[in-house]
Design a protein around this ligand. Structure first.
Ligand code: NAD
Ligand code: SER
Length: 315
């Protein structure tokens, strides 16, 4: 078996922290290096690294003999709207640094996540296809769409093996989300368990594509392990789990937490969500690398409440 040395940049974030545990269990702790701008207080090899610093990234890659990078450092949709120029700079520079390390032959493979935010108000909202109108109206969405184009360009022009998924909103109990529009679907569990009430920043009928973290991690690793010749998409694959509205998830939580109540105070994030699809067609991911999601809404709610309750009692 090929000896992988993996670098996760953004390893302290919502996805990175879980991906790190998953990949360390699979490939061994010493073969998976966690890097972040913030210090990681975990066992095993870690680095404090700014993804915007090309020479620092190259030094880490050389130090550990890295073969694959999972590039997760970015500003998410809601935070990016508050710092548009910085978000563009961070989201693009980190990607270019990784792409150029691969172009130089220093690393063999990159994973870089895109998002449902690449779509916009002109996109068909239901069962959104892989290839369609893409007119994102957020700085985050613009950076993700540009990133997708650059990934495909580096693949076609320089043979770089860079793989990508358009993640839906991700729901997790181990790690907290980092400033996105879909964060409500995690916050709601904390508030339901701790206070019995949640004030939602999206409209009660705002339906969005979502996915449980374990499905997202599985999809990521499955795509990275798929034979290159099976892949037809070198920009970013549509990926679908489930879709629900705030009202629907609140009802599912209320079935398990007595007297849980929700009220709605939509803010600027509701406008962002309004421009995104309500459901995603991922037929190409299913056909190319056998993708299949496992968690439906009921399974997510059950798992979240059980694990988050335990976690909050222990903390
Ligand atoms: P997050 O905000 O939780 O984590 C990002 C991590 O990157 C943080 O730990 C942060 O400290 C680190 N970071 C920020 N700037 C850095 C820098 N200059 N150098 C090194 N590290 C830096 O984000 P996440 O939710 O884990 O998302 C990871 C990726 O997945 C992002 O590209 C995001 O756009 C994408 N994505 C996430 C979701 C989701 O629902 N979580 C959905 C779609 C796409
Ligand atoms: N979950 C992300 C966000 O809301 C979507 O990319 O920003």
């Amino acid at each position: 078996m090929e000896n992988k040395r993996i670098l996760i940049v953004g390893a302290k974030g919502q996805i990175g922290s879980e991906l790190l545990d998953y990949l360390r269990a699979k490939h061994g702790t010493d073969n998976v290096i966690g890097a972040d701008l913030r210090t990681l207080h975990i066992n095993g090899p870690t680095e404090v690294l700014d993804v915007m610093d090309f020479s620092a990234m190259r030094a880490v890659v050389e130090k550990y003999g890295i073969t694959e990078i999972y590039l997760l450092a970015a500003l998410l949709s809601a935070t990016a709207e508050k710092k548009p120029e910085f978000a563009w700079e961070l989201n693009m520079k980190g990607l270019f640094n990784a792409l150029n390390l691969a172009k130089e032959g220093l690393i063999k493979k990159i994973f870089w996540p895109s998002s449902i935010a690449v779509f916009g108000p002109g996109t068909p909202q239901e069962n959104t296809p892989q290839n369609t109108i893409m007119d994102p109206n957020t700085v985050y969405g613009i950076s993700k769409l540009a990133g997708e184009r650059w990934c495909e360009y580096y693949h076609n022009k320089f043979g770089v093996d860079v793989r990508s998924l358009r993640y839906p909103g991700l729901i997790s109990w181990k790690s907290q989300p980092g400033g996105g529009t879909t964060d409500y679907a995690v916050e709601i569990f904390y508030e339901a368990i701790q206070n019995g009430n949640y004030t939602c920043f999206l409209d009660k009928n705002r339906e969005l594509p979502m996915m449980y973290m374990s499905d997202a991690i599985r999809a990521t690793v499955q795509l990275m392990e798929a034979p290159a010749e099976k892949l037809n998409i070198w920009s970013s694959y549509n990926l679908s789990g489930i879709s629900f509205t705030p009202e629907q998830i609140a009802m599912a939580i209320a079935d398990r937490i007595n007297n849980f109540s929700i009220d709605y105070k939509p803010d600027f994030r509701d406008k962002i969500a309004q421009s995104w699809p309500s459901s995603i067609n991922d037929d190409i991911a299913k056909a190319d690398w056998n993708w299949k999601s496992e968690f439906n809404l009921d399974a997510i709610v059950k798992d979240m409440i059980t694990n988050l309750t335990n976690k909050l009692q222990l903390s």
